[in-house]
Design a protein around this ligand. Structure first.
Ligand SMILES: NC(=O)C1=CN([C@@H]2O[C@H](COP(=O)(O)OP(=O)(O)OC[C@H]3O[C@@H](n4cnc5c(N)ncnc54)[C@H](OP(=O)(O)O)[C@@H]3O)[C@@H](O)[C@H]2O)[C@@H](O)CC1
Ligand SMILES: Nc1ncnc2c1ncn2[C@@H]1O[C@H](COP(=O)(O)OP(=O)(O)O)[C@@H](O)[C@H]1O
Ligand SMILES: [K+]
Length: 510
């Protein structure tokens, strides 16, 4: 798993292990802390004009140590710096050394009840990765006063109170305008509400080798092209349309046809060679009034649909967008999985297995190993898994998604502003490029089409799902506010142009 390329996200325990390995290899801890503190000071310089009053709040551990280093560096260049140590003196050797170096300067120490609103910038170095229980007492009170003050906060590693693994606040958390983290980003900086509490995150190299990061990493990635570009389908002169795959899209009834058209159009836009919508006769008439490049086939029930799959050229299937919840749709899912087609299950296809994830797991297991990607939002996810132990009750969002993937054998795309893509082998990617205006009716249908279009071109399931989620976010960004779901497929060509250019450059550099 460590051999997978991409930007690793490290949990607090993995980060501590990377520190330990680096220190054991001969880099002293205080040197790592010096680089970390220097990165914090650089960010503070960008945030505070000369003459600004800066308050550094230092905890007792190494996070506080980073704060003392930053305070010393800023003060040495003539900045107006004060330090508050609300929980008492440093308790680790490296932090103690940093605190002593600071105290040799001429900086002021301020009392815990000082008015934090009197400062232009507050550096929050109270707790970092060592946070091991919810804030309470003086720390909780200080975090609340800081948030109420409205002053810009620069957080060291993570805002104090934020769980770096899960992205959840432990009782309460400081809300930062910016965060400087070290060596690698942490999952809690991408997951909500953590992403909002961190503000802009900068990752500073403190001298921990990339090999060390890869060695301790646990298969959680930031979703970016690095993760999947190597398997992204590049157009080739030799490829005719059938080589680029044929997506079969199962329609809902005559009054619910728009969703699957959005999916089919998106599948074509992302590069599938052909897309066909399969529908009952009345729905076919509705589709015929709209479709040009996308083909239409009549299929009245699940039996008709299964017979269409006798044509081996339909190599990917999309089921679910406005498909109608019930046994009929479940039977189509079963037919597609049994016939070994790469399958996207969205919306109603997921809900057709409500409370019966074991049944879905059996359907997928009976397939021929072709990828099945399901794309639930939180509501559909909860409907599918009900109160299944070990899925709904596990901590972080990526842990829920991985548990669901392991249980069902599907790639799980758990949607939201912080969409997580998870594979049965334990890999997970957290997406952070989706703008808020992507949450618009029908945008999930577009996503299912993008996944199906990439699967049809032979991309592996996890990579296809991650790439589709990223392209979806990039297309929404490219359009901007005012987006409706019909706009998304039309933005895909520009996103692909950029991706293919970058891919060619990366290939040339290798
Ligand atoms: N290791 C390295 O080489 C490097 C590490 N680096 C930096 O170190 C940071 C991690 O440092 P860390 O492990 O010392 O933990 P840290 O976040 O300072 O807090 C621990 C202290 O807080 C206490 N405590 C916890 N929760 C509490 C609560 N709710 N309420 C009250 N107290 C609470 C806990 O108390 P205890 O559990 O012992 O009672 C302990 O005393 C990391 O984020 C990065 O900034 C960089 O310098 C690069 C090199
Ligand atoms: N606040 C948000 N910020 C960014 N993306 C969002 C937000 N809310 C929803 N999304 C994305 O929008 C899409 C909505 O999908 P879905 O809930 O299935 O909607 P629909 O059924 O209308 O198509 C998902 O890809 C989801 O990740
Ligand atoms: K902090």
């Amino acid at each position: 798993m460590a051999s997978q390329s991409g930007e690793h996200l490290l949990r607090a325990a993995q980060m501590a292990e990377a520190d330990r390995i680096t220190i054991a290899s001969g880099v002293p801890g205080h040197e790592l802390m010096a680089r970390a503190g220097s990165g914090v000071a650089a960010a503070a310089r960008r945030m505070a004009a000369p003459g600004a009053r800066i308050l550094v709040i230092c905890g007792t551990g190494n996070n506080g140590g980073d704060g003392y280093v930053a305070a010393r560096l800023l003060q040495a260049e003539g900045r107006d710096v004060a330090v508050m140590a609300p929980l008492g003196p440093a308790t680790t050797a490296d932090a103690g050394r940093a605190a002593a170096d600071w105290a040799h300067g001429r900086g002021a120490a301020v009392a815990i009840d000082a008015d934090v609103a009197g400062y232009d910038l507050v550096i929050d170095a109270l707790f970092g990765a060592g946070l091991n229980r919810p804030l309470d007492g003086a720390a909780l009170d200080l975090a609340r006063r800081l948030n109420a003050s409205g002053r810009p906060v620069l957080a060291v590693d993570v805002p104090s109170g934020l769980n770096a693994d899960s992205g959840q606040a432990m009782a309460a958390s400081v809300r930062a305008a910016a965060t400087v983290t070290f060596a690698a980003r942490k999952p809690g900086q991408l997951l909500l509400p953590g992403r909002l509490l961190c503000g802009d995150v900068t990752c500073v190299d403190i001298g921990i080798a990339p090999e060390t990061i890869a060695r301790v990493a646990g298969g959680i990635f930031r979703n970016s092209p690095d993760l999947w570009q190597a398997s992204f389908p590049a157009p080739s002169l030799e490829a005719h349309k059938y080589r680029r795959g044929h997506v079969l899209c199962g329609s809902g009834g005559p009054l619910s046809t728009g969703a699957i058209r959005l999916a089919a159009r998106s599948a074509l836009r992302v590069g599938a060679g052909l897309a066909t919508v399969a529908a009952g006769l009345d729905a076919c008439r509705a589709h015929a009034a709209h479709l040009t490049a996308i083909m239409i086939r009549e299929a009245e029930g699940a039996g008709d649909f299964a017979r269409l799959l006798d044509d081996a050229r339909f190599n990917a299937v999309i089921l679910g967008p406005a498909g109608g919840v019930g046994p009929e749709l479940a039977a189509r899912v079963e037919a597609a999985a049994r016939r070994g087609r790469a399958l996207v299950m969205d919306a109603d296809a997921i809900s057709s297995f409500a409370g019966a994830p074991e049944r879905l797991a059996a359907v997928i297991a009976a397939g021929e190993g072709a990828p099945v990607v399901m794309t639930p939002h939180d509501g559909e996810f909860a409907r599918l898994f009900g109160d299944v132990a070990g899925v709904m009750d596990v901590g972080a969002k990526y842990e829920r998604a991985v548990a669901a993937a392991r249980m069902t054998g599907a790639i799980v795309v758990l949607k939201g502003a912080d969409t997580v893509i998870a594979a049965p082998d334990g890999r997970a990617a957290i997406n952070d490029n989706a703008p808020p205006w992507l949450g618009t009716a029908g945008s999930g249908d577009v996503l299912s089409g993008l996944v199906g279009g990439l699967l049809a071109q032979g991309m592996p399931g996890f990579e296809a799902a991650a790439a589709a989620v990223w392209i979806h976010g990039a297309a929404a960004q490219a359009f901007g506010p005012g987006l409706i779901s019909e706009d998304l497929p039309e933005q895909v060509p520009a996103v692909l142009r950029r991706l293919l250019r970058q891919g060619a450059q990366a290939g040339a550099a290798r």
